[in-house]
Write a protein that binds this ligand. Sequence first.
Ligand SMILES: *Cc1c(COP(=O)(O)O)cnc(C)c1O
Length: 413
Amino acid sequence: MTTAVSRDLFELVMAPNYSPMGMVPVHGSGSRLWDQDGVEYIDFAGGIAVNALGHCHPALVRALTEQAERLWHVSNIYTNEPAMRLAYELTQRTFAERVFFANSGAEANEAAFKLARRYGINTGGEAKYEIVAARDSFHGRSLFTVSVAGQPKYSEGFGPPIQGIRHVTYNDVAELEAAVSDTTCAVVLEPVLGESGVLPATQPYLQRARELCSKHGALLIFDEVQTGMGRLGTLFAYEHYGVVPDVMTIAKAIGCGFPLAAMLATANAAQHLSVGTHGSTFGGNPLACAVGEAALHHICRPEVLLGVTSRHEYLVSALGKLGERHDLFEGVRGIGLLLGCVLTERWRGKARDVVKVFLDHGVMVLQAGSDVIRLAPSLVIDQRDLEEGIARMEVAAVRLRDTETQAIQSTQI
Ligand SMILES: *Cc1c(COP(=O)(O)O)cnc(C)c1O
């Protein structure tokens, strides 16, 4: 590329649906990242829970470049070795017996929801199509997935949404019991509400969802797009909770940054996705699956999963103290390395502004809604990087404490 690119070009050439930060990252290594000006950042955002092994992990670079010299793409008119190997590994390590590959979380969920509808109609007749989902959940940005997620800010203004979806309050057992019936084809839940503030499900809630689905012949679908691939310290969140779904969707960290997603299902459920019912051109692409295989092998190492718990303990303690000292966070919640720092009254509704001030001080974090700062760092982030990131957050927190709330908007870059 010969044109010099700067952040200014974004507004001129990109669709206006995003509003990215001022700096442009150009290079990453482990949990450090550098922008066009050579400024270094500690990455606690992990590309939104995607870069589970940090940036440019050597095992992933090797898997990708080796596959790049063998075979890139064949479509699903043919199968391929990396896809079959990865599917085999996933079925060996989970409840699932069948795998459908896709390219994003929304697509994996689209497949799960279409499967649920087929399953319902095939097993219970034309009226068994209702999907029960939690209000304030997040399942992606296709019309079906925004309809299921039940957040008006994502679903309104696109004409009629998909019908046949019943929304319940997350973690409310009584409401769930009242909503599930013989016309339910599936109950869809995130084990931890990721985008909506890092709110973990209670164990009895997921347990009851399992019982209700079994009783009414509905599929229990866990959206593990954000919670899967070691994020909670177990390979998948369902293991943490001891509640086994019929269908599970994964994306984000399965490719550690290479676009890859999957819907995993029992053989009994998957059989309803018969030949011709669904498909994807790129799904199961050899490059993506080769990376996925390497990522899965690495994340399954006991020291990686155990390391999530020790890093969790360090971060919860450090963030808790920092938040209290500077009247910034009123609490830290979450499981494993999916953490939510709940902003105090003073900063409520201003998560994006707080994220920007942290970035100005060399730390990348995320928001989850407007009241929570979310961290989803690499599962193998070095202790040195954790400490450096916390030290930088400390400086940012002093700056925030000493700044008038209204002044934040005008001083940030
Ligand atoms: C990110 C996310 C999705 C959507 O994934 P995309 O790859 O952006 O389509 C779906 N469900 C959950 C729980 C997510 O966190």
